[in-house]
Design a protein around this ligand. Structure first.
Ligand code: NAD
Ligand code: GLY
Length: 359
């Protein structure tokens, strides 16, 4: 097992990465002196595979746990489901000392984290991420929240978990498309911070695609180290944390303008990262060899790197880019790469250039 620490003073916490960890959920919660009652919030897919094991482990360590299952999918990330979870917690008489376990992908993590942040003005919670995206990204760093009709993640709170438990064995049941989509965020860490990780990904992609646990342990732990380091320096995204959005300016706009669900997050972010690499070549002189390696890695992972755009879709994409909540004063700003492993944020890019590189 690998242990990564998120350094946030008295709100610091551990990320545990390894195989077979779900059976130790109760033990690690007991060590954190949580309890004695909790609610496991999961979704209808994840619950079928892992709710029993989570509840068994919690019971074996003396916790009294109730199960709350929400429908799988992005639609559950909404205020109506938050209210329903609050009502169930209140009906079960969960108290200030009770805690929540978020068992699932990014949807469950964001939702359950926000429920924990708001029930009784905040009770502790533990993240048990079961998608690759959630293990390397959404479960770490304390961004919780839900969507409004007006857009994604518009209501939320920075609220850190007590612990993140990444059981790599849970990834075995993840549909292939979801797993591959998570690889886009993995590659991102290499591009933004770590050329050695990037080269490791190039070498060990076949093993990663087979979901080989030792390879995953090293790669997921390294991604978590990078995220922990960034969050430790800039928890609320006043500067540095923006580098985690490499590829996301165009990626979010693709998701939004094509109707959520057509592209998975990682698929859109793969196209966005390749586009950001091309912009980086033009603006920061990213060597063409580096841009080529980035594109090749995504292609070999089985991720899309281009989007076909007719005039109407192009217009929608630009409108979505301007709506992004990271736009300030109407100006679209990008994270761009100088070389693999080094990026800068807040880069202004002329619309004409974005239009040109999208082809
Ligand atoms: P998800 O939670 O919807 O999971 C994807 C699908 O896989 C779902 O159908 C789910 O039921 C299923 N699933 C999950 N784990 C499984 C497993 N082990 N076996 C079988 N099926 C499984 O999607 P996601 O990609 O994990 O997360 C996307 C969400 O994360 C978005 O809402 C996004 O906004 C959010 N996000 C948040 C942050 C953050 O910092 N908080 C960062 C990135 C993304
Ligand atoms: N997923 C980007 C962040 O956590 O800041």
């Amino acid at each position: 097992m690998r242990n990564v620490q998120v350094p946030l003073g008295d709100r610091s916490y551990a990320i545990k990465v390894g195989g077979g960890l779900l059976s130790r959920l109760g033990l690690v919660c007991a060590r954190l002196r949580l309890g004695p009652r909790c609610a496991v919030i999961t979704d209808s897919n994840v619950g079928k595979h892992f709710a029993k094991a989570a509840l068994k482990s919690l019971a074996a360590s003396g916790f009294e746990a109730v199960l709350i299952t929400v429908p799988a999918g992005e639609k559950s990330k909404c205020l109506a489901v938050v209210e329903d979870c609050h009502d169930q917690l209140a009906a079960q008489r969960l108290e200030r000392k009770s805690f929540i376990v978020a068992l699932g992908g990014g949807v469950v993590g964001d939702l359950a984290g926000f429920v924990a942040a708001t029930y009784l003005r905040g009770i502790p919670f533990v993240q048990v991420p079961t998608t690759l995206l959630a293990q390397v990204d959404s479960s770490v760093g304390g961004k919780t929240g839900v969507n409004l009709k007006a857009g994604k993640n518009l209501v939320g709170a920075f609220y850190q978990p007590q612990l993140v438990l990444c059981d790599l064995d849970t990834l075995k049941t993840l549909p292939k498309r979801e797993y591959v989509s998570g690889l886009a965020e993995v590659v991102k860490y290499g591009v933004i911070c770590d050329p050695i990780l990037f080269a490791q990904l190039e070498r060990s992609l076949p093993k990663l695609l087979q979901r080989d646990v030792p390879t995953l342990r090293s790669v997921v732990a390294r991604c978590c180290e990078i995220k922990a380091d960034v969050v430790g320096q800039d928890e609320t995204e006043s500067g540095l944390r923006a580098i985690l959005n490499f590829g996301h300016t165009i990626g979010h706009a693709i998701e939004n303008s094509s109707g959520y669900g057509k592209f998975l997050h990682g698929e859109a972010v793969s196209i966005g990262q390749v586009a950001a690499a091309r912009l980086s070549q033009k603006i920061l002189g990213l060597p063409s060899g580096d841009a080529g390696r980035i594109e090749k890695l995504f292609v070999q992972a089985g991720l899309p790197v281009k989007i076909k755009l007719d005039a109407a879709r192009r217009k929608k994409l630009f409108a979505a880019m301007k709506l992004d909540k990271k736009v300030s004063g109407g100006e679209i700003k990008f994270v761009l790469a100088k070389k693999i492993g080094q990026v800068v944020w807040g880069q202004k890019v002329p619309s004409g250039m974005i239009d040109e590189i999208l082809g």
